[in-house]
Design a protein around this ligand. Structure first.
Ligand code: LLP
Length: 390
């Protein structure tokens, strides 16, 4: 990903910054097209993973819809050219204003997460004299085998309607004259590497479909959410996630009814591997049995290690000396501001550059100005083409 020319260009730039390799992104989009869209599946890009304008444009041009979790994301998606008819809106706590934004835009579907939300939405739709498409977000109680902070589909999680509450809800749908149930929605978690979790989800969906059929409710679409994990340890070997296997699994195990559409909401797997956080070594400090490489990026630019104990690969870009063992840490006044502990890196010194890999998803979007730090900029690979200065 980082050839000599690129690293040379980086050296003249202020750090830290996010670097997005558009060729990796294009390969990723192409794989989704080949294995997903070509099957007739619908993919909604989860804006929450990265909402940079350039990225959104590429996702829209790829033929993806949008997956939004706030009113502002809906506004952003529409401004970025996503057709409102492709916008799914999930969220366990939608404010009245956000609901109004969704209603005003006639979005593809409100993914409703509680009985009370359904009732409020119906009242608001009635006030605007509209009939609104909704999908019921059902909590499937399926284990995602991922970090507990990003597990969303277990009974104890706040998301979705409990399967046990469904029969009564479905029996009383005629109370909601301004809503039309067009689909069901699931999202069991994020950074899922165990394919069995997706198989379990398929089986759960299969077991729920008859509940609707018995009541004469036609489900036009099944939305299985997102969650496909990426390889944080070896981002170059697996720069594009295995979409053939992922979509193939749903194709094989999900029993879609005739005419039923299958929708996905992918975030991390689309945008994660194309992004890196480029940072400079400020100081190297010998500790007790440790050696700290103190870099100019911190938890303000990438909070995942501090929040989820995530391990992002760190590559030294400007040293090829024999390796030493380092703790790679940021400058923020918290000990959780640590990217990696005890990793070998070619010996580095003040001024050397490092790349923290797999930062495209949930990196820049989760950044903050804690400690009054300036927001890091985004840079894109096409700025650095050999002839881009001529
Ligand atoms: N659909 C819904 C309803 C979601 O809540 C999410 C992510 C997605 C789709 C997209 O999931 P993905 O394909 O990206 O796994 N900040 C955390 C991840 C939070 C995910 C939130 N929901 C992290 O950095 O790991």
């Amino acid at each position: 990903m980082f050839d000599a020319h690129l690293v040379q260009e980086f050296q003249s730039l202020g750090t830290p910054f996010y670097y997005y390799d558009l060729s990796v992104l294009q390969q990723t989009i192409d794989a989704v097209s080949t294995y997903g869209l070509s099957r007739g599946y619908h993919v909604h890009y989860a804006l929450k993973a990265n909402n940079n304008d350039r990225i959104l444009k590429l996702m829209r041009n790829a033929g993806f819809g949008a997956d939004c979790v706030s009113g502002e994301e809906i506004v952003k998606a529409v401004e970025s050219g996503f057709s409102p008819g492709t916008i799914a809106f999930a969220g366990v706590g939608k404010s009245d204003e956000e609901i109004r934004t969704g209603l005003a835009n006639d979005i593809f579907s409100f993914n409703c997460e509680s009985l009370q939300e359904i009732s409020v939405l119906n009242d608001m739709a009635s006030g605007m004299n509209k009939k609104v498409r909704i999908a019921l977000r059902i909590n499937p109680n399926v284990k995602a085998n991922t970090h507990k902070y990003i597990t969303t589909g277990l009974d104890e999680n706040k998301f979705g309607i409990l399967a046990a509450d469904l029969p009564e809800l479905l029996d009383n749908l005629d109370r909601y004259a301004h809503l039309k149930v067009t689909g069901i929605h699931f999202h069991i978690g994020s950074q899922i590497e165990d394919q069995q979790s997706f198989r379990d989800l398929c089986e759960k969906v299969n077991s729920l479909q008859p509940l609707f059929e018995q009541r004469g409710i036609t489900l036009q679409h099944i939305n299985v959410g997102g969650g496909l994990g990426i390889d944080y340890a070896e981002p170059d070997e697996h720069s594009v996630p295995d979409f053939e296997r992922y979509f193939g699994l749903f194709s094989q195990h999900l029993e879609l009814r005739k005419g039923q559409e299958l929708h996905f909401e992918l975030g991390r797997s689309l945008i994660g591997q194309c992004g890196s956080l480029i940072s400079r070594i400020l100081f190297v400090k010998e500790g007790i049995n440790t050696r700290f490489a103190i870099i100019d990026a911190g938890m303000t630019e990438l909070i995942r290690p501090a929040l989820y104990q995530a391990r992002h690969r760190v590559d030294a870009l400007t040293s090829s000396k024999p390796p030493k063992i380092y703790h790679v840490v940021g400058p923020i006044c918290e000990s959780s501001d640590t990217f990696r502990t005890d990793i070998p890196l070619p010996e580095v010194d003040r001024g050397d550059l490092v790349a923290i890999r797999s930062c495209g998803a949930y990196g820049q979007v989760m950044s903050s100005d804690y400690n009054l730090r300036k927001r890091a900029e985004a840079r894109y690979s096409d700025e650095f083409m050999p002839d881009s200065h001529s």
